[in-house]
Design a protein. Structure first.
Length: 547
């Protein structure tokens, strides 16, 4: 027997007269690795030494071969990649006629191309082939994916195609095609990386609005509003920059750019909150999280702001759906989308109107958050006539929804008009939660005392010194920083690990809450997806040129 570390070995041999299979039979059911005794001379130590020497020789040979491969790669890689690309292009050219309808003297090819590229495309073909080619544009007249596609795929000239799509020529003749138009997401450079968030659900289909721009505007805003810290925002931006500049994957690079934008917006809100890693900066900030007793009205303001953000966000979603439904006619648009937004706005116009009934004091009345508690906008609620209009809008919208989709549609519209808007209050809750966790971490390390409704960290003084200056103050926690060497070491561990935890929660909590509002509440109003990526015929040259 031999045992050392995590190795247990046994040397075994059958006794005299045993069968050849005795050892195998003895080891049945055991998870073991069998090694035959090597054919070697000398002691085991000498044999092991020879094996170690042979291993070193092989490692040296391997390093030499790898070095030679690196030299060959530097010398020939460019040529080989260019040759491979050229051969692939030639293969595509040779196989192209197999995709065309051909006769002995002619061929016919049909495909999709962005409208903006048509003129240059047709001009290039004419310049190359002259009168030998005829190029004709088929304009998209209407696209209704819910229709059944006819077996033939085309309709007689002058008749409307009953297909998945309808294509009308300039001369007025219609031709249906079973192919769904591919999709090009044409967004500006600063919003294009956010397409990865849209495509995580699905690529938008051809007949709906691409929501990438809205995602670019709202997702970083939601995220930055919830985290709102200069230090955390800087870390997110730096991590995003590293991903964007050092990773080859296009998807990861896009996520890196998203992190950069979200980090910058987080830093902007951090300046407004006056916080860096949960510590207050030495100036009076424009905004307050509402964690301290003297600033509780700010917490109520964030709940109101969240509701207002939800109303705007959801209204945009309903407008997108309204525009999409217009392809089926104004009636469908009004009954299926317009009705729901009427119900939602009617409910919330009544909520924000006087006289106050079930609304809390911080929402309607002279002591509400927009009448100096804390924002002095002078708003005490819409006039009663606005509330009356809102109440009339509710049944009107429900009746329209009933005729558009039946009783279930009307019921869901009523419920969602309340629950989906209230779902946005998670934004205000995260403002308090993220700031509260950071506060507790700093409290454990520095300690803090409460004075006149405000919290102050014990950075440059101990608890007893703070009480000497403010006798009416109350110490919340003396702080590990002021508890000797052991306390300082433990406090540093708590401080570092705690802020790393907040950084992680910023992604898993605030980030997920923001993306949930986009995917569930916003996308749920209009988005279907399922579009096909536009993959034009040809080859994107990387290692070769046209010449």
């Amino acid at each position: 027997m031999f045992t050392e570390g995590d190795v247990f070995a046994a040397v075994a041999y059958p006794e005299s007269g045993a069968s050849e299979d005795a050892l195998s039979e003895a080891l049945v059911g055991l998870d073991v690795e069998r090694y035959e005794i090597p054919e070697a001379e000398g002691s085991p130590a000498d044999h092991l030494e020879r094996l170690e020497h042979r291993k070193q020789q092989l490692q040296s040979d391997l390093e030499s071969v790898e070095s030679e491969l690196r030299s060959l790669r530097l010398e020939h890689a460019g040529f080989l990649l260019a040759a491979e690309e050229k051969l692939n292009i030639e293969v595509q050219k040779a196989e192209a006629p197999l995709s065309f309808a051909t006769t002995e003297h002619a061929f016919f090819a049909e495909g999709w191309i962005p409208t903006s590229d048509y003129e240059s495309y047709a001009s290039a073909l004419k310049d190359e082939l002259g009168e030998r080619i005829e190029v004709e544009e088929l304009e998209r007249a209407d696209y209704e994916p819910e229709r059944d596609v006819p077996a033939a795929g085309f309709a007689p000239a002058g008749e409307e195609a009953e297909g998945e799509g309808k294509l009308a020529t300039d001369g007025g003749a219609n031709a249906g095609t079973a192919d769904e138009p591919p999709v090009v997401q044409n967004n500006p450079w600063f919003a294009k990386p956010f397409e990865v968030l849209v495509q995580a659900i699905n690529r938008p289909n051809y007949h709906e609005i691409d929501p990438t721009i809205v995602l670019f505007l709202t997702f970083p805003l939601f995220f930055g509003f919830m985290i709102g810290d200069i230090g955390y925002g800087a870390v997110y931006a730096l991590v995003g920059y590293a991903l964007y500049t050092r990773v080859d994957s296009e998807g990861i690079r896009s996520l890196g750019f998203v992190a950069i934008v979200a980090g910058i917006v987080t830093m902007v809100f951090g300046i407004l909150y006056g916080e860096v890693f949960g510590m207050h900066l030495p100036y009076v900030p424009l905004l307050n999280r509402g964690l301290e007793p003297g600033f509780a009205d700010w917490a109520e303001l964030w709940l109101l702001a969240s509701v207002l953000a939800g109303l705007v966000h959801l209204t945009v979603g309903y407008v997108f759906d309204f525009v999409k439904q217009l392809t089926h006619g104004p009636k469908d648009a009004v009954l299926e989308s317009g009705s729901l937004v009427v119900v939602m706005l009617g409910i919330w116009l009544w909520v924000f109107s006087k006289p106050k009934t079930i609304q809390p004091d911080w929402l309607i009345g002279t002591s509400n958050v927009l009448n100096g508690n804390p924002v002095p906008l002078g708003f005490t609620g819409f006039p009663g006539v606005v509330g009356a209009v809102g109440l009339w809008m509710i049944p009107i919208g429900l009746v329209l929804a009933y005729f558009g989709g039946g009783g279930i549609e009307a019921y869901e519209g009523l419920v969602n008009s309340i629950t989906h808007v209230l779902s946005y209050t998670r934004l205000g809750a995260e403002v308090l939660a993220e700031g509260g966790i950071a506060f507790v971490i700093n409290l454990l390390f520095f300690g803090a005392y409460s004075h006149e409704g405000e919290y102050h960290y014990l950075v440059n003084q101990t608890a007893s010194e703070a009480l000497a200056h403010h006798s009416e103050a109350s110490v919340m926690f003396p702080g590990l920083l002021h508890s000797g060497v052991v306390g300082i070491v433990a406090g540093i561990v708590v401080l570092v690990l705690g802020h790393l935890l907040v950084l992680a929660l910023g992604i898993t909590s605030a980030g997920m809450q923001a993306i949930r509002l986009e995917y569930v509440e916003f996308f749920g109003k209009f988005y279907e997806g399922g579009g096909k990526k536009y993959e034009p015929f040809g080859h994107q040259r990387t290692y070769t040129t046209q010449d």
